[in-house]
Design a protein around this ligand. Structure first.
Ligand SMILES: NC(=O)c1ccc[n+]([C@@H]2O[C@H](COP(=O)([O-])OP(=O)(O)OC[C@H]3O[C@@H](n4cnc5c(N)ncnc54)[C@H](O)[C@@H]3O)[C@@H](O)[C@H]2O)c1
Length: 268
């Protein structure tokens, strides 16, 4: 294989910030961006988890730092981006991955739950985009990657708050792409299908960590059966899309939604 052909995926000399880096898709994305050569600031509400990801990256030879961030906190994302610039020198990739899921039928969805899911999944992404866009536009380069969901394509009972927030993240992505394109900054989103992570395992993992294996297999089989590729996703499947969008491999791509979803939704 000609290594030059893969140079567009090389992030050597670049700096990436990943929110939600303690777990699941964020952790896999931080690890892959680091493996591609980026220095990585691993950010999460769960500082221990973010530190564990950063330690794993450092062990693999990547420059990595950890920082606690609550994406719902005013000013926290500005401070996070400032930390990347101060401690790692610049900001090339902002991956807004942190998210939560809260499910209830609309008639039972209480105000606190609605406010919470919007604060984390929408306001947090907006503030992450805004903070990164300010630095990147001044720099004249950069890539922002936002985490949406297959819930933007397929309405499911219980997912009104989650789906609304993710759909709004898509429109934020598209509007910001039009604003930032002329300034050399690309903005895209990833809309994954079902991936087995802490977020999706709660129904078969009890609080003490015990896995109800029969329930787990039943859930995974049901998801796989309803997916054209007959499989559930792994965090790495989504991280590959994040790397593509973060790197020069996607230099001609902005305002787009990449769908690693096993084929559950196939919009034009
Ligand atoms: N797992 C799936 O099937 C799936 C599918 C589509 C989209 N997604 C999206 O992918 C993203 C990652 O999900 P995951 O499945 O890896 O879940 P996860 O629960 O494994 O990871 C989410 C991370 O976000 C962090 N987080 C939560 N609230 C935060 C806050 N206020 N500030 C900072 N960090 C916070 C958590 O501590 C956690 O480490 C989410 O945006 C989710 O909506 C997941």
């Amino acid at each position: 294989m000609n290594p030059e052909a893969l140079a567009a995926f090389d992030l050597t000399g670049r700096v990436a910030v990943v929110t939600g880096a303690a777990s699941g898709i964020g952790r896999a994305s931080a690890e892959l961006l680091g493996a591609a050569g980026a220095a990585v600031l691993c950010a999460d509400l769960d500082l221990d988890g973010a530190q564990s990801t950063a330690a794993q990256l450092a062990e693999a030879g990547t420059r990595a730092l950890a920082r606690r961030v609550d994406v719902t906190g005013a000013g926290e994302l500005d401070a996070l981006v400032d930390a990347a610039v101060t401690d790692l020198g610049r900001l090339d990739v902002m991956a807004n991955v942190a998210g939560i899921i809260l499910q209830a039928p609309v008639v039972d969805f209480d105000d606190d739950a609605f406010d919470r899911i919007m604060a984390v999944n929408l306001t947090g992404v907006f503030r992450g985009c805004r903070a990164a866009a300010r630095v990147m536009s001044a720099q004249g380069s950069g890539s922002i990657v936002n985490m949406a969901s297959a819930a933007i394509d397929t309405p499911s009972p219980g997912l009104a708050g989650y789906g609304m927030a993710k759909a709004a993240v898509v429109q934020l992505t598209r509007v910001l792409a039009t604003e930032m394109g002329p300034l050399g900054v690309r903005v895209n989103a990833v809309a994954p299908g079902f991936v087995e992570t802490a977020m999706t395992s709660r129904r078969f993992v009890s609080t003490d960590g015990t896995v109800d294996e029969a329930h787990r297999q039943a859930v995974l089989d049901a998801v796989a059966r309803s997916t054209p590729l007959r499989m559930v996703g792994r965090p790495e499947d989504i991280a590959h899309a994040v790397l593509y969008l973060a790197s020069d491999a996607s230099r001609f791509v902005t305002g787009q939604i990449v769908r690693p979803n096993g084929g559950v939704a196939m919009p034009w």
